[in-house]
Design a binder for this molecule. Sequence first.
Ligand code: SAH
Length: 215
Amino acid sequence: MQDGYRHKGLRKQLVSGIREKGITDEGVLKAIGKLPRHLFLDRAFEEIAYEDRAFPIASDQTISQPYTVAYQTELLEIKRRDMVMEVGTGSGYQASILAIMGARVFTIERHKALHDFSNKMFEKLGLTQIRSYHRDGYKGLAEFAPFDKIIVTAAAPNIPNNLTKQLKIGGVMIVPVGPSEVQYMYKITRLSADKYDYKKLHRFRFVPFLKGTVD
Ligand code: SAH
């Protein structure tokens, strides 16, 4: 599969749809306009890859809906050179958006098959600055902490306090929290060594944040 004029045209439409849904961060919109989403999906989805929907990927997981990617990324207020940890690499699409925006991305995935697939995507797209780890995201990446930003792309049953501890003071974490049926997006800001601000935002539905790794 290649990236052609037709795909570019479909991406333009996707970007205007996401803009209409309320996303205003031009950096996010530009990155979505650039990144060939169809390459992250099975060939069977090529025709519908630019619909604003989630799709199945390997290991029974999903690539997030583009609006959801845009929503979470906008909340992160990405600046160039930000150290960003992503939990739940999945297809690698979200990590690629962050990298295109100039972030230094550290991403963690529990499924080996997805870890391998996304690494190939990063190479194919020339996004070799993304560092990716096949590990249990519940533990975060203590050796690289603290991070400016943390994004969790799987549904956490509770606020993962182990991860909030890996934020810089002033750092922000975006995480969907709640049981499997429905979650609310939280924006958590680390105010000081032991104080956090918690903002409960809109409803979403993600695949679950699970413990351990799968080979
Ligand atoms: N950000 C992804 C969306 C992936 S769906 C994308 O852009 O495509 C969520 C991912 O989180 C799944 O791949 C799932 O395997 C992963 N995940 C769930 N629990 C995890 C954990 N404890 N550590 C790392 N990854 C986890």
